[in-house]
Design a binder for this molecule. Sequence first.
Ligand code: NAD
Length: 291
Amino acid sequence: MNYDFRDKVIAVTGGAGGIGSAMCRRFAFGGARCVVVDIDEIRAVRVAGELPGSGHVGIGCDLMDWGQVERLFQQVDAAFGRLDVLVNNVGMTSTERFDVRDIPSIEREVGLNLVSPLVTTRLAIPLLRGSRDPRVISTVSLAGIFPQAETSVYCASKFGLRGAMLSIGLDLREKGILAGSVLPSATDTPMLRLEAVEGGNSMQFQEPPQQPSDVVSAVVSMLDKPRLEAYARPRESLSARLAMLVPNLLPKILPLFRKRGDRGMARYLEDLERRGLARRTDGRWELVAER
Ligand SMILES: NC(=O)c1ccc[n+]([C@@H]2O[C@H](COP(=O)([O-])OP(=O)(O)OC[C@H]3O[C@@H](n4cnc5c(N)ncnc54)[C@H](O)[C@@H]3O)[C@@H](O)[C@H]2O)c1
């Protein structure tokens, strides 16, 4: 059955980013009232202000600061009195390699990608209990089921989040709250563009990146048909899952895909240049600031 968005209150963390803002647009288009949550308050308010329909709010909140997360839900309570859907979408990645990374940077990435969605979900539960059909959906990643050497801390956080969401999904189901995850592969957003210009993980460019709308479709399908996991690109997930049956073979298998990934990343950078989103200066790629 199609999910009825009308009058639903949906909070999206990282809501001013590439995937988060696309989710908010789709939910608002269906008639939901969106709470756009982002550390960048100006962009959160702008995204909320540009959504179709009415009743949306943009809230500035550092989701690594538990006091701010508590205040966020107090604001949602005051404005709406309940929460129907929490989308834990906030996340980050870094191109710093593991052997040279400093400890605070490791803690920050695991904190934002794993601990923060857990704390946010926990603190949202009283408000979710006010809904007749409460849901929690987290944006995990294909990196939550398949290792990526270049981004090992990201993988650690997303493997953790995947496991947490499966367990929480089983636990909360018995308590009337349906929880699950979507697992996108490389998606054309500011996060991926930054990773590409900084020369990050090229293995994820085996195929051209998907669009935020593909991830949104996976989220909507999960709202239509609640389940523990949904993949935006099921075929890719199948090869990743098959390869994980033989993890000891990965050091032999992965180099076979390196050249294809490098070519894919080079094509993506050229595409960003054509779209005016990146440029090459003295042989180095950099992002062009978006207005
Ligand atoms: N883009 C991809 O290739 C890809 C692939 C798989 C999964 N994902 C996941 O999708 C989710 C969304 O990613 P995206 O690509 O839209 O990234 P994005 O960088 O476009 O958006 C992330 C948003 O999070 C916000 N944010 C960062 N730190 C914050 C904090 N402490 N508190 C509150 N907000 C904060 C940023 O301001 C930004 O608006 C992430 O969880 C990411 O890991 C992305």
